[in-house]
Unconditional design. Structure first.
Length: 63
């Protein structure tokens, strides 16, 4: 992230994304369930940049 409040579009872990939204990882995983077919499965530890873009589009930018 930089000083202009922009969020970098890159690969993030579930923990990192949950922290960005200010919620627990358990809550964040619950949020993902209805959107599973659009986001796709996480490969390894990280959501890809494309998956993160879809998450931001579905849930809005973390604030």
């Amino acid at each position: 992230m930089n000083t202009t409040n922009e969020i970098a579009l890159k690969a993030y872990t579930t923990k990192e994304l949950a922290a960005m939204y200010g919620i627990s990882t358990k809550t964040f995983r619950g949020w993902l369930i209805p959107h599973k077919e659009y986001i796709g499965l996480k490969t390894g530890r990280y959501f890809t940049a494309l998956q993160v873009k879809i998450i931001f589009e579905r849930f809005g930018l973390p604030g």
